[in-house]
Design a protein around this ligand. Structure first.
Ligand code: BGC
Length: 760
């Protein structure tokens, strides 16, 4: 960490020597007019009531009451500009007249929905990902939103965790590139918020994806060194890209909840990485520190503030206890001033003091949301986010072939939109059935229950509605017997040339609060697939999912396995584009697909043990392996097929010895050996053979997406410097240690040759 500390302290010295910026002067002046209570009010964030009409806000809504007293700094969750405008009116007319900031969970698009973040990551296309965030920022800001709770950059190595769907997978380097792309997309690259740019909120800080056993909200047990090397690069890169805010996470780290963890928030994020924005808690995370066992609301609120947290989301801990804590001498007014200043700075940067209504434009609201252009972009994006895992010569399908479209996901529009989509248009998302039946003669059958257990199925389908909209009538599940559904699907399959089975997870089976202890395909769906296989018809399995599934029993049934994630508003069209060959699949996995749940956590960049065991060799006693399962994944990180094929030459290095301050060019020739033009995602990995601390067997350090015409070759080059070869050592210093490194350039983490580089 040392060199970051040096940079950070030089910045502080530099800042002290310069004159005050217009922003500082403005905020000094504003703060000098605020009472302590009003300052605390700025630290308070509430959700908007889900089901209140804008007309009733003035009389009944708790937020309006707080606003009248100047006790609210922002609200979130409201896709209703009329309501937000009313809140802004009240804020400006009461207390100190400070405008509100308006947040929302805009995660993978806003009204136009893109593939879930895990799906987006499989494009490995940073430009495309940046453009999705840009499009989301435009739509959100046209609805009055100026602050989005994204990017979610939590690294996850355990697919039981439902929120793996919301992030960029298991690799910190790739995650860092995605984090930057998304921050740039939301905020723009010039740090000067235009009216169609919004402030990013990087989450969940920190290490939330390390939840033990993949159970949501669970404790994280990692060393600082492993946290920094394996998990924290995406948060760091987002800070370097200028992210305006961060959200603290629900988990604890080193026995201290993240929301009151000074090492995470102050020492690392602010002092080492130079982040100068504000940190908001996750929803009710301050109050949850009571259940973590830290103290009562007054105690946890005081400790969170002192550790570096600035804004309280939905706990009413700051607004409810800080005044008292100041009176008792438990909290210094200076701590409140510091947090208040950071929030006012964010509002200043967003231009809200100049024009509190600058994000409300009726014209933009009417013309810029869910437009044909945005939908066509969503289709283009979703085409790039489908991973072809297996293809026994069946794809692409012939237009005109009779297709039986079967399975419980085939007509589920919400499953296309996926988790964390609050679009008013979710129900209009193009289903797989729609997409396929538009291009070829098709028949449909539901095929199976989603889950064997009716109560579980009801829970994942309707749990959210029961919680947030009690009273809404809920249809029963399992209205027809499973055997009848399967028989119908088999009958339809017999009449068809090919079967497309749409199976996997509905939106409620992944995302927040949706961890699974068994990540195989539910057995009702497998039962259907076995019956379909028995018909002898070619079986194309389209997997809709928010996590890597354990597909060991499914894989032998499939002629084709196409993993499409939750592909967004235009999902059905984009999947049909790939199935019928209008698009050539190019996506590659950003998470390892396990063979069985017992392998979890599973990730390619693991350490060797002292008794390593090859990934695909059977059990051998006294080596690091299982008696009943291979070590290797079913599908490795970086893997994905195309309708064409690529071959790689051996990698070469411009020099085999590199001084610490030098650089080397690593290159490879990639040839398209098939008969179709295609995109290939070329990956650079390193292995540090001996180091003062143990190092992973492989680490991704670069990637390039290249388009290569059939029969043509491309030379792909990467520049390697000490930075690519560095890591946080035991003392937490970022170091490149001289010695030998293997440099791989390859199609995925498991295949391909290497060259040896010596750092001197
Ligand atoms: C989630 C966050 C989200 C927040 C506000 C929390 O439950 O963990 O990701 O941004 O709610 O909706």
């Amino acid at each position: 960490m040392k060199h970051f500390l040096v940079i950070a302290s030089s910045l502080v010295v530099l800042a002290a020597c310069t004159t005050k910026s217009p922003m500082d002067k403005y905020i000094d002046n504003l703060m000098s007019q605020l009472t302590l209570e009003q300052k605390i009010g700025q630290l308070n964030l509430h959700s908007t009531p889900g089901f209140i009409s804008a007309e009733r806000v003035m009389e009944e809504d708790e937020n309006a009451q707080l606003l009248h007293k100047g006790l609210l700094g922002g609200v979130y969750g409201g896709p209703n500009p009329q309501l937000l405008r009313q809140y802004q009116d009240i804020a400006l007319q009461s207390g100190a007249g400070i405008p509100l900031i308006f947040g929302m969970d805009v995660i993978h698009g806003h009204q136009t929905v893109f593939p879930i973040p895990l799906g987006l990551s499989t494009s490995w296309n940073m430009e495309l990902i940046e453009q999705t965030a840009r499009a989301a920022a435009k739509e959100a800001s046209a609805c009055g939103i100026n602050w989005v709770y994204s990017p979610m950059v939590d690294i996850c190595r355990d697919a039981r965790w439902g929120r793996i769907a919301e992030g960029g997978g298991e690799d910190p380097y790739l995650g860092g590139e995605i984090a930057k792309a998304m921050v740039y997309g939301y905020q723009g690259r010039d740090n000067d918020y235009a009216t169609d740019e919004v402030m990013a909120c990087v989450k969940h800080y920190a290490l939330y994806g390390g939840a033990e056993a993949g159970r949501d909200y669970n404790s994280v047990f990692l060393s600082r060194q492993e946290a920094l090397n394996g998990y924290m690069r995406p948060y760091q890169q987002a800070a370097y890209a200028g992210a305006g805010s961060y959200m603290s996470s629900f988990n604890e780290f080193e026995g201290i909840p993240a929301t009151m963890n000074q090492w995470l928030m102050d020492d690392v994020l602010r002092k080492s990485w130079g982040f100068d924005g504000f940190i908001v808690s996750d929803a009710t995370a301050i109050a949850e520190e009571i259940a973590h066992g830290i103290g009562d609301l007054q105690e946890v609120s005081a400790r969170s503030l002192q550790a570096g947290l600035d804004m309280d989301m939905n706990s009413d801990g700051f607004v409810g206890t800080l005044l008292q804590s100041v009176k008792e001498g438990r909290v210094k007014e200076a701590d409140i001033d510091r947090a208040c200043r950071r929030i006012l700075e964010a509002k200043y940067k967003l231009g809200l003091f100049e024009d509190p209504y600058r994000y409300f434009s009726e014209e933009r609201y009417a013309n810029e949301i869910y437009t044909p252009e945005n939908l066509s972009f969503a289709r283009e994006v979703a085409r790039e986010c489908q991973v072809l895992l297996k293809n026994e010569g069946v794809l692409p399908l012939r237009k005109g072939a009779r297709v039986a479209v079967v399975g419980p996901l085939a007509q589920d529009a919400a499953a296309m939109a996926g988790t964390w989509s609050q679009s008013n248009h979710n129900a209009e998302s193009i289903t797989l059935w729609q997409g396929i039946s538009e291009v070829t003669p098709a028949t449909y059958a539901e095929g199976s229950w989603l889950l064997r257990d009716a109560a579980q199925e009801d829970g994942v389908r309707y749990g959210l509605i029961r919680m947030f909209a009690p009273g809404i009538p809920i249809p029963p599940v399992h209205t027809r017997p499973q055997a009848a559904l399967v028989a119908e699907a088999v009958a339809k399959a017999r009449q068809a040339d090919v079967v497309v089975a749409c199976v996997g997870e509905i939106a409620g089976m992944n995302g927040e609060g949706a961890s699974r202890s068994d990540i195989t395909l539910p057995d009702t769906q497998v039962e259907m697939l076995k019956a379909l296989k028995a018909t002898g018809k070619p079986l194309v399995i389209v997997l809709v999912t928010g996590r890597p599934l354990a597909l060991t029993t499914v894989e032998p049934l499939a002629d084709v396995l196409l993993n499409v994630w939750s592909p967004g508003s235009e999902g059905g069209h984009a999947v049909a584009d790939v199935l019928f060959g209008d698009a050539n699949p190019s996506a590659k996995l950003t998470t390892s697909f396990p063979r069985s749940v017992g392998q979890l956590p599973l990730y390619y960049n693991h350490k060797n043990t002292g008794r390593p065991h090859p990934d695909y060799e059977p059990y051998r006693k006294f080596t690091s392996c299982y008696t009943d399962e291979l070590n290797g994944p079913l599908y490795p990180f970086g893997y994905g097929l195309s309708y064409t094929t690529f071959s790689y030459s051996e990698p070469t290095l411009s020099t085999t010895e590199m001084p610490l301050n030098g650089s080397v060019t690593a290159s490879v020739t990639v040839t398209n050996t098939g008969s179709r033009d295609g995109d290939e995602i070329v990956q650079l990995y390193i292995h540090d053979i001996y180091a003062t601390s143990t190092r992973p067997v492989k680490e991704l350090k670069g990637f390039k997406r290249v388009h290569i015409a059939a029969g043509q070759s491309a030379q792909v080059e990467f520049t390697i410097t000490a930075d690519e070869l560095s890591y946080y050592n035991h003392e937490l210093d970022w170091v490149c240690e001289p010695g030998d490194f293997d440099i791989f350039i390859c199609p995925d983490c498991q295949h391909g040759a290497s060259a040896r580089l010596k750092v001197i």
